[in-house]
Ligand binder design. Structure first.
Ligand code: NAP
Length: 309
């Protein structure tokens, strides 16, 4: 297939590109920068230098191209989001960015479209102990302006892609990424300096190693059912406290010190995520329909691989 990948230079794109090339696909990678274009060229990928937020720019850069599938992995998450405003640019990429990429897909004749969605679309709250499947309500409004802005964007992204006429649309609700990438390495660095907290109380989350997220994306491109979302998470939800303990353990650091969770209240986004939210996702549909299983079924296995890599 000939595939247009937006976000080709990002964390997931970087893991995904070599897998797609090894599977024999021909790749076009979107990037805004000359440096990104040079990097993509060196990997045998045809660069499409354009801003996804500027539809005329995007269509002009694609002029005359024909493509079979589009994968949208563009985000603007430059670090750990502390405040709701840190996600506004990513919200825009999930709303207008998705609309523009769908217009581009129509222009280049693409029939298949895989988009990056996010497990926190199920809501930043306590979901109890049962793992959530894809039929659970997604991106419901809460009345909280900060959170609702993200919910509207996640809803817009999925609605546009899953219901686009003439397009086989698939949404991948990835868990929290970790792997051989800067954010995870930063956590390991903090753990060595004993600066990661053992939060009490602590929220619960679902994570996915970046390699497994990329492999699931490949599988969804081939076998995903049009109109369906898939949870892409590992087999073992984890509290942030246990996750940070595992980070410390795999790098040989002392266990994190206990910190009252309410101290995070000054960082509203982080507090909502790491203290108030308990969310466990089921990956059964992805395993059953995509024929995918994570190589790193637990965060412990994946973190050990990162530390030893
Ligand atoms: N599920 C999750 O937990 C999750 C999801 C996403 C990200 N993250 C985390 O956030 C951090 C950064 O992630 P990342 O590597 O994906 O982000 P990144 O390094 O900022 O990369 C984002 C990608 O999106 C592209 N992009 C952004 N805005 C664009 C625009 N307007 N037009 C065209 N392309 C655009 C960038 O392309 P150019 O810069 O080349 O133009 C780049 O390829 C990582 O630690 C990652 O793990 C986590």
């Amino acid at each position: 297939m000939r595939i247009l990948l937006a976000g080709a230079t990002g964390t997931l794109g970087t893991a995904l590109l070599p897998m797609l090339v090894a599977a024999g696909h021909e790749l076009l990678g979107v990037t805004r920068t000359a440096a990104g274009a040079a990097r993509l060229t060196s990997m045998g990928v045809l660069p499409v230098q354009a801003d996804v937020m500027d539809v005329e720019d995007l269509l002009a850069a694609l002029d005359g191209r024909q493509v079979d599938a589009v994968i949208h992995q563009a985000t603007a998450i430059t670090g750990v989001p502390l405040f709701h405003r840190n996600l506004y640019a990513t919200d825009a990429l999930r709303d207008h960015g998705t609309a523009n990429l769908l217009r581009a897909a129509a222009a280049v004749g693409a029939r298949r479209f895989v988009t990056q969605s996010f497990f926190l679309g199920y809501g930043y709250r306590d979901h109890g102990t049962e793992p959530l499947g894809e039929d659970h309500p997604f991106a419901e409004l809460t009345g909280h302006p900060g959170i609702d802005r993200h919910m509207r964007a996640m809803r817009s992204n999925e609605d546009q892609v899953l219901h686009a006429p003439g397009i086989e649309g698939i949404a991948l609700r990835y868990g929290m990424f970790y792997g051989p990438e800067p954010a995870t390495r930063r956590l390991m660095h903090l753990a060595k300096r004993r600066l990661l907290p053992a939060l009490r109380p602590s929220g619960t989350t679902s994570v996915i190693h970046i390699h497994d997220a990329a492999a699931a994306t490949m599988a969804a491109l081939d076998s995903g059912r049009p109109g369906q979302p898939y949870n892409i998470v590992d087999d073992q939800p984890v509290t942030f406290t246990d996750y940070f303990r595992a980070v410390a353990d795999v790098v040989g650091a002392s266990p994190p010190r206990t910190v009252p969770g309410h101290l995070l209240a000054v960082l509203p986004y982080l507090h909502a995520l790491m203290v108030r939210t308990h969310i466990r996702l089921s990956n059964h549909r992805a395993k059953r329909e995509l024929g995918w299983t994570p190589d790193f079924p637990t965060h412990r296995a994946g973190l050990a691989a990162v530390a030893n890599g």
